[in-house]
Design a binder for this molecule. Structure first.
Ligand code: MN3
Length: 212
């Protein structure tokens, strides 16, 4: 039997990110969307194991898109929740230390980084994610977009530091079609301490299993 993945608890209340992201969005996003990815991932993995036991390669291959989509959804949202924090718990407080230095070195300033990041995230066609990530080969930070629920590390090899969900379910109930307004506002609740912790683990060369 495959190990069952579980929906993680949110590290704050559903209304804790208001007014930037309202409680209705957070509750649906966590309890319905993320929960569905976990349920569907576990179901696909169970079928995959059965198919593997039967040496049924066609069924195994037919299950791969479901594992990629739902597994990616689970990975991405598990990171996303910890990348955010209420304003009274550090949300929006600028990064410090080595991450702050790396951002400054690469983009000139935090504001310039945010502008570049949003300029990449706004035009993502359909659904996807924009990431600040770490390249394990060059040891540099960079931004990268992914479509649908493609997980950053599994599809590019880059290690995720900060991911912003630009699926409509992440903002539509509050921001309607105005994705740029959502992307402008969300930086008020970005948990830079979490992003920095992920960066330092990558930089130290420690295995990033705990960052995922
Ligand atoms: Mn989402």
């Amino acid at each position: 039997m495959a190990k069952k993945f579980k929906l993680p608890d949110l590290p704050y209340d559903y209304n804790a990110l208001e007014p930037v992201i309202n409680a209705e969005i957070m509750q649906l996003h966590h309890q319905k969307h993320h929960n569905a990815y976990v349920t569907n991932l576990n179901a696909a993995l169970e079928k995959y194991e059965q198919a593997e036991a039967n040496e049924d390669l066609n069924t195994m291959i037919s299950l791969q898109p479901a594992i990629r989509f739902n597994g990616g959804g689970h990975i991405n949202h598990s990171i996303f929740w910890t990348n955010l924090a209420p304003k009274n718990k550090g949300g929006g407080e600028p990064p410090k230390g080595e991450l702050a230095d790396a951002i400054k070195e690469r983009w000139g300033s935090l504001d310039a980084f945010i502008e570049k990041f949003n300029a990449q995230a706004v035009p993502i066609q359909g659904s996807g994610w924009c990431w600040l990530c770490f390249c394990p080969k060059s040891k540099q930070i960079l931004t990268q977009t992914c479509v649908n629920q493609d997980p950053l590390e599994g599809t590019t090899g880059f290690i995720p530091l900060l991911g912003i969900d630009v699926w409509e379910h992440a903002y539509y109930l509050q921001y309607k079609n105005a994705r740029p307004d959502y992307l402008k506002a969300i930086w008020q609740v970005v948990n830079w301490a979490n992003v920095s912790e992920r960066y330092m683990k990558c930089k130290s060369g420690a295995t990033c299993a705990s960052c995922r």
